[in-house]
Design a protein around this ligand. Structure first.
Ligand code: ZN
Length: 425
């Protein structure tokens, strides 16, 4: 996301429509087309534009606010026609279907289900609703969920339409923040070290080390390993449909967790003055980890990138810029003396072979990431690092048996905190 751009996003989804409601939606988009064309015709006949919505509504079988939105769209096109297009005069009427435009909570509604899906309800015709769940890009689903849970963003108008025969919903979401601040104009830099089972955060400002926290999510790693084994077993037994079900379930679980963790990262960062969130640019795999077998590779791949992606997307909606730095040596370099050596790090322990500074290895990496973030993107200098705050951890409870998929997310919602202020679910 570039700087100083209004934070209005259009999120695109596919509609997974319940039972035989698809034809109802299709009919409504044909009706929307006739509302559109009727508006154009009336405008060309010289009818007062203010009375066109009511005139059109007399014949149309659509809910009122949808008629108003479609008429507005048609008259908008007429306006452009009068202003700019007087040499080439098209008919301006449309063929086929036309998007059903609707105001949020008038013509359509969205809600979170217990499974972590987003359910929709579109008023296709008066008293006739099309219902189901949204499918689509992870990041778009994620931002929509956040918008549903947070007052900082407003869900606006949407369009239900058919593209290549498939029903889609395009939802406009606006942030109350307006714009993303320039990343060079930050007072605090938050280094984010993403790992398979935690993220470590350290906030550095001009002149001081502000705070540091490690957010643990051991259940993601645990569940992914379990699902991997289970899928392998059913695959070997030739039960491909069960395999796919398990895969979908795992993805939903991980997505839901990463959604919450990324939200915490942004909320934690918001307590500081003018924050900039800095990630490692993980085009290459992390150094110092064993990616020997395929399973390892697969297990590591998803959380890194997805969590960065979700976090930067959410941060942008909160007006917070993000930046990327080169990941080289971030896990091996001593933040105290700069000595860099692979053996400085042993699993979760960092011990400098030169000055014997010791630390939580992931926190240490987050310090290095923040330092690089300052050096590469800020005008001010790195503060003295001689007294790093004690590492505090925030942990999500393990979620119990993976064989009992009926366990809802509520059962594992909420963090156990070890004396941490400023982080809440
Ligand atoms: Zn050292």
């Amino acid at each position: 996301m570039t700087d100083s751009q209004a934070l209005i996003k259009t999120l695109d989804f596919q509609l997974d429509i319940q039972s035989d409601n698809e034809s109802l939606l299709y009919d409504a988009t044909l009706e929307a087309r006739s509302v559109y064309n009727q508006s154009i015709r009336l405008a060309k006949e010289g009818v007062d534009w203010n009375v066109i919505p009511d005139r059109v509504a007399e014949d149309a079988s659509l809910v009122k606010n949808t008629i108003q939105r479609v008429v507005a769209k048609a008259l908008g096109a007429m306006e452009n026609y009068y202003e700019y297009d007087d040499y080439n005069k098209p008919s301006h009427t449309k063929d086929g279907t036309y998007p059903l435009r609707a105001n949020y909570e008038e013509g359509y509604n969205l809600s979170l289900t217990d499974d972590g899906d987003v359910a929709f309800r579109i008023s296709a015709k008066p008293y006739k609703h099309v219902k189901g769940v949204l499918d689509g890009d992870d990041a778009h689903l994620d931002i929509l969920k956040t918008a549903l849970e947070s007052d900082a963003w407003t869900i606006g108008t949407a369009e239900a339409l058919f593209r290549n025969g498939n029903a889609e919903l395009h939802v406009n979401v606006t942030s109350s923040e307006g714009t993303v601040r320039d990343k060079e104009n930050s007072r605090t830099v938050v280094g984010v070290d993403v790992n398979e089972d935690n993220v470590a955060l350290t906030a550095l400002s001009k002149g001081s080390v502000e705070d540091t926290v490690v957010i643990e999510f051991p259940d993601i790693k645990f569940k992914r390993h379990r699902y991997f084994t289970m899928r392998k077993r059913v695959q070997n037994a030739g039960k491909d449909s069960i395999h796919d079900t398990l895969e979908g379930r795992e993805e939903r679980f991980v997505r839901d967790r990463l959604h919450k963790v990324s939200r915490h990262i942004v909320e934690w960062s918001q307590q500081f003055e003018k924050p900039c969130i800095v990630f490692e640019d993980l085009k290459e795999m992390r150094d110092g980890l064993d990616y020997g077998c395929r399973m390892n590779r697969r297990l590591h791949r998803l959380p890194f990138r997805a969590l960065q992606h979700y976090t930067s997307y959410k941060a942008a909606f909160a007006g917070i810029p993000t930046a990327w730095i080169n990941p080289e040596y971030t896990s091996q370099c001593c933040p105290m003396c700069g000595h860099t050596e692979r053996s400085n790090r042993h699993k979760k322990r960092f011990k400098c072979q030169s000055c014997s500074h010791q630390d939580h290895a992931d926190r240490s990496a987050s310090v290095n990431i923040a330092v690089k973030g300052i050096e590469e993107h800020q005008e001010w200098t790195v503060p003295a690092l001689n007294s790093l705050p004690t590492v505090r951890t925030v942990r999500r409870q393990a979620s119990g048996a993976v064989d009992a998929p009926t366990v809802t997310h509520d059962a594992v919602r909420g963090y156990q905190t070890d004396g941490v202020a400023g982080v809440s679910d």
